[in-house]
Write a protein of this length. Structure first.
Lengths: 111, 112
C-alpha cells in the first residue's frame, strides 16, 4: 500500500496570496489525484496527472515522477477556495483499485 | 449524467436496526467504491466492485455487506452497527483501469 504525505496540514492565508500544497508518496504510481472537499462532505476531483503540469483556471498541479512528489498551487487565492485539499494515489499498483488518500490540507483564505 | 447520487443524505439508526445505503451512477463506469470517512480524517477504502464483482474487501466487519445488483447501482447493507461506525460514507465510480474518479456527496450516518 502506498504511503502519502501532505504538507502543510493547516494553512491560513490572506486573499490574493499564492498558495502551495505539497504531496509525496512512497511507491511509483500511474497517476496522482488532487481532490477538494468542502465542509458538507462532497469530494470534487480537481486533477489527475501522470507527468508534467496541468492548469485549470487559478489552479496548477505539477508532478515529478522521479522524486515521487507533486504540488498544487492556487494563484490569486479567494475565500471561496477555503476547503480541504487532498492528494491521493492508486491504492495498489494502479488500475481501478480505488485510492489511498493523504491526510489533507485544511486551507482557509481570509478576506 | 455526470454524477454519483447517494441516498439518503443523512441516516440515524439504532444498533439493532437494518438499513441500506444506495449509490447510483449512469456514466458507464464499471468500477464502484465504498469509502468510510471519520471526522477530520481522510477517507478509507472499504470495498471495490469491478464489473459487478467484489474485487477488494479491506477487512471490513461483516456488519457491513456490499451489493452490486447491476453496473449502475451499488448498495451497502448495514446491520447491528456500533456507535463507532458513525461516519460519512462516500461512494465513488471510475472507468475500469483508467480515468478519474467521481464521488457522491456521501451519507452521514449516526448510530445511536
Amino acid at each position: 500500500k502506498n504511503e502519502v504525505e501532505q504538507s502543510p496540514q493547516n494553512l491560513t492565508a490572506q486573499e490574493g496570496e499564492f498558495i502551495t500544497i505539497n504531496c509525496s508518496y512512497s511507491v511509483g504510481i500511474s497517476a496522482l489525484h488532487w481532490l477538494q472537499q468542502h465542509p458538507g462532505g462532497g469530494i470534487v476531483s480537481l486533477f489527475m496527472l501522470s507527468s508534467g503540469k496541468k492548469k485549470h483556471g487559478r489552479l496548477i498541479a505539477t508532478i515529478n515522477i522521479q522524486e515521487k512528489h507533486s504540488s498544487l498551487h492556487i494563484t490569486a487565492s479567494h475565500p471561496r477556495d477555503s476547503a480541504v485539499y487532498i492528494c491521493a494515489v492508486p491504492y495498489s499498483g494502479g488500475g481501478a483499485d480505488g485510492l489511498t488518500f493523504g491526510k489533507g490540507t485544511h486551507l482557509i483564505i481570509q478576506p | 449524467d455526470t454524477e454519483v447520487t447517494q441516498t439518503p443524505k443523512h441516516l440515524v439508526m439504532g444498533m439493532t436496526n437494518k438499513k441500506s445505503l444506495k449509490c447510483e451512477q449512469h456514466m458507464g463506469h464499471r468500477a464502484m467504491y465504498w469509502y468510510k470517512q471519520k471526522a477530520k480524517k481522510p477517507p478509507e477504502l472499504m470495498f471495490v466492485y469491478s464489473y459487478e464483482k467484489l474485487s477488494i474487501n479491506e477487512s471490513v466487519p461483516s456488519r457491513f455487506s456490499p451489493e452490486c445488483p447491476n453496473s449502475s447501482l451499488l448498495n451497502l447493507h448495514l446491520h447491528a452497527l456500533q456507535p463507532e461506525d458513525s461516519a460519512l460514507y462516500l461512494c465513488a465510480s471510475s472507468h475500469q483501469g483508467a480515468g478519474g474518479y467521481t464521488f457522491g456527496s456521501g451519507t452521514r450516518l449516526t448510530v445511536v
